[in-house]
Design a protein. Structure first.
Length: 116
């Protein structure tokens, strides 16, 4: 499984960005796709996840500002980020979890920088 993330960039506080991640390879149905983020020196943290049936879950800081969505026909997951804050500056990674062993695959990351 390969995951290709895109859509990061630099934006001013209060702005918006939309991240996208396309999966390819041996992808099973019933997987869970997610976005996480990481800043240097800190642990990676989950931002949002979404099941194949569209059930989503958000970290507290993302709720109300970010929206995760997916297109199962294209193995794609998106993260719409609104009202961005400088604290949202991080490398954002998409992931996919599938199979009986719940193996997790990671994309390469896309940088989001929010200036004040």
């Amino acid at each position: 499984v390969q995951l290709q993330a895109s859509g990061g960039g630099m934006v001013q506080a209060g702005g918006s960005l939309r991240l996208s991640c396309v999966g390819s390879g041996n992808i099973f149905s019933g997987n869970i796709m997610a976005w996480s983020r990481q800043v240097p020196g800190k642990q990676r943290e989950l931002v949002a996840s979404i099941t194949a049936l569209g059930r989503s879950d958000y970290a507290g800081f993302a709720r109300g500002r970010f929206t995760i969505s997916r297109d199962n026909t294209k193995n794609t997951v998106h993260l719409q980020m609104n009202k961005l804050e400088p604290e949202d500056t991080a490398m954002y990674f998409c992931s996919l979890r599938q199979g009986p062993d719940r193996r997790v695959f990671w994309g390469q990351g896309t940088q989001v920088t929010v200036s004040s």
